[in-house]
Write a protein that binds this ligand. Sequence first.
Ligand SMILES: [Mn+2]
Length: 199
Amino acid sequence: MLENGINQHIQAIAYQIPKEGNEFNGDSIYMKVTEDYFICAVADGLGSGEHAFHSSDAVRKEVEKNHDKEVEVLIEYCNQVLKDKRGVTLSILKAHFLQKTFTYSSVGNIQFVLSCPSGKFIYPLPILGYLSGRPQKYRCETYSYEKGSKFIIHTDGLSITDLKSLASSSSSIEEISNYLDNHVKTRKDDLTYIVGQLF
Ligand SMILES: [Mn+2]
C-alpha cells in the first residue's frame, strides 16, 4: 500500500507491507491533509497477524473519526478503544500549517525524527511500553518547525541505523522513500513508514 498526501504545506509518502507470509498487517496507518493541518497516526499491534491487525485498525478508525481533535485527546481515545484488545504501540503527529508547529505523542517503539534545514533535529522520546486500555501517562509535546523540514516515522519492521542522517540528507522524500524500499525485503515484521516534508 502506498498513499500520498499533498498540498502546498505538506508532501508525504506512506508505505506499508505485512510480515512475509502474513495476510493481515498488524500495523495500521492513518494520514489526512486539510487546508489547516496534517495528521498521521502509526500503530503497531503487538505480535502480528489478525489480532494485531484488529487492535491497530481500531486505533486507526478512532483517529479517522476524530482527526479534528488535538493529539492529547486522540491518544486517550485510542487507549480507550483498546480495552479487551491486544495492545499497540502508537505515534500520532499533527502539524498546524499556520502556526508552523507540530504536536507529537508516542507510546512504545515507533521511531520518529524531524530534521530542520537549519540543522536542528527534533526526536521526542517516547513513553516506553504500549497502549492497552489501562490508565496511562502520556508525553505530548509541541514544537516549531522550519519550512522545508523533513520527517520520517517507521515501525520496527524497518531497521535503519541512521535515521537522522537520512532525514537531514539533501534527498527528496521520494528518494528517501526509494532508499527505504531497499530495506523492505529483509523485514522480519510488519513494516510501515511515512516520509514527509513540511513547507
Ligand atoms: Mn512491529
